[in-house]
Design a protein around this ligand. Structure first.
Ligand code: ADP
Length: 483
């Protein structure tokens, strides 16, 4: 009995130690990423992105430790509350770590923007405040201090105020034209990241209060709503955790707004380049008498218009994918593969690349949308060709996984560096802008692939190493269950 007891105590101490170390790590990283930001030090930012893996690992260890403790030690009452809360604390800390990584990623995208004194000053102040909040949260956990935990709410108001001032300043700079629209957008996002770190610290405070006194505001609010409903059934049916749902949906709306704004700015930017080039070329063409030069200019004009057309075509495809079409029918995978190979063949030949298939005919049928699937596979094949050297081979493999089919496209091309792997599915994200442009990429191909696979209830996986090729796999259930 004693043995277990002391084991459990050890375990709880260990979990707490891990959490405190993670929280301190986040506080330190907030400081580091801020220095990198104000100094525009992209190299330091890249290092921080890489170090994010350690954070993920630490978080995984806490999670395993908590689950193992629940299973093996069967804690009860206050101890159980502590272990369960630790799982939450862990994810709050990890998400804050992710936010600092997001700031590090934004530094690369800011491309050396010159931040004015006021913006820099506010960034530093937000950083100091975010670190303070995090250290306060850790302190309140270490001391099990309810009041210290509650004080985080007030401190967070300071960060919120700073954030408002910061956004106003960034907007003023954007209006004055001292910042490019893209850069102001990135800076606005950076401000949001600091603000959200504060929100996570606040949540940590709430969890600590729950550990200390069992005080959890959302649970209490839900309880009160249930009581009200019991007393007066005509009152609105209380939704479970409605408060949280509302807050989450507000957060989600803000997130979607930010994505939308980012997207619109990106689209405008992407289309502006070919259109500006077309206008310039047309002007030059009008004043050109030499027939050879006229032909050359006309060919360039044609290439630029094709580029704009490809971007618009992909954008239309993406918006079509958003609409629930309900055009699912039985689809023959062999036919889909044959059509995709057909569609990519001439592009492959032009680049002296052989397209090979493995596992076909497969005689697999799934429920899906044939046009969408052909489009997705063609995109993967085109990319494999686009990012490979001449005289190499691209292999498409079909695997039968009983209740799913896996279609993989493997190349031996340039590969994708690890830090970029998770981002290549984002719209307009490219590892090498110049190569993508040169080879007719739009930056939307993989976004379409992911969308198609998600529409089919499946997953897309990528395995790649810089310099030694990539493999993209679409794993799609044979029977699609409508969500
Ligand atoms: P793009 O039109 O630029 O190819 P995608 O959305 O299809 O846009 O891909 C995004 C980025 O992912 C590409 O710009 C490229 O940097 C990288 N990428 C995609 N597929 C491959 C591949 N097979 N090998 C290497 N890099 C790839």
């Amino acid at each position: 009995m004693n043995e277990i007891r002391s084991n459990l105590t050890d375990r709880l101490e260990q979990i707490e130690g891990q959490l405190l170390a993670m929280a301190e790590e986040v506080a330190v990283r907030i400081g580091e990423v801020t220095s990198a930001l104000v100094e525009g030090d992209v190299h330091a930012a890249d290092e921080l992105i890489r170090a994010d893996d350690d954070m993920d690992l630490a978080s995984l260890q806490v999670e395993e430790n908590c689950i193992d403790t629940i299973v093996r030690q069967a804690p009860v009452a206050g101890d159980l509350r502590f272990v369960l809360s630790s799982l939450h604390l862990n994810s709050e800390i990890e998400r804050s770590g992710d936010l600092t990584t997001n700031i590090a990623k934004a530094i690369g995208r800011l491309q050396g923007a010159r931040l004015d004194e006021r913006v820099r000053d506010l960034i530093v102040q937000m950083s100091v405040q975010a670190q303070l909040l995090f250290r306060r949260a850790a302190e309140s956990l270490a001391a099990r201090d309810d009041e210290l935990a509650a004080s985080i709410d007030e401190l967070d108001d300071v960060l919120d105020d700073l954030h408002v001032r910061y956004i106003q300043t960034v907007m003023q700079d954007a209006r004055r034209g001292t910042l490019e629209p893209q850069q102001s957008l990135q800076l606005a996002l950076v401000g949001r990241f600091y603000e959200r770190i504060g929100d996570h610290a606040e949540n940590i405070g709430e969890r600590v209060r729950y550990i200390v006194t069992g005080w959890l505001p959302e649970a209490q609010a839900a309880e009160r709503a249930r009581e009200r409903h019991k007393a007066d059934p005509s009152a609105d049916e209380p939704l479970r955790n409605r408060g949280i749902a509302v807050i989450e949906s507000l957060g989600e709306n803000r997130r979607i707004d930010a994505i939308r704004r980012d997207f619109v700015a990106n689209v405008s930017h992407e289309l502006k380049t070919p259109i500006a080039a077309m206008s310039l070329l047309a002007e030059t063409l009008a004043g050109e008498d030499n027939p050879a030069d006229r032909d050359r200019l006309a060919a360039m004009l044609h290439k630029e218009s094709k580029r704009a057309e490809a971007i618009i075509d992909d954008l239309l495809e993406l918006s079509r994918l958003d609409e629930p079409e309900g055009r699912f029918a039985e689809v023959d995978i062999d036919q889909v593969v044959a059509r995709s190979i057909d569609a990519s063949q001439s592009f492959a030949e032009a680049n002296r690349i052989e397209l090979a298939t493995v596992g076909v005919p497969s005689s697999i049928t799934i429920s899906g949308d044939r046009r969408q699937l052909v489009r997705a596979i063609t995109n993967l094949l085109d990319n494999a060709v686009r990012y490979s050297d001449a005289d190499s081979r691209v292999t498409l493999t079909v695997d039968d996984l009983d209740d799913a089919v896996e279609i993989s496209v493997r190349d031996t091309g340039i590969g994708i560096p690890r830090p970029d792997l998770e981002r290549v599915f984002e719209r307009f994200y490219r590892v090498d802008r110049a190569r993508s442009r040169e080879t007719g990429g739009t930056g939307l191909g993989l976004a379409i692939v992911r969308h198609v696979v998600e529409n089919h209830g499946g997953r897309v996986l990528v395995d790649s190493k810089s310099g030694s090729g990539s493999m993209f796999s679409m794993r799609i259930p044979k029977e699609h269950k409508e969500s």
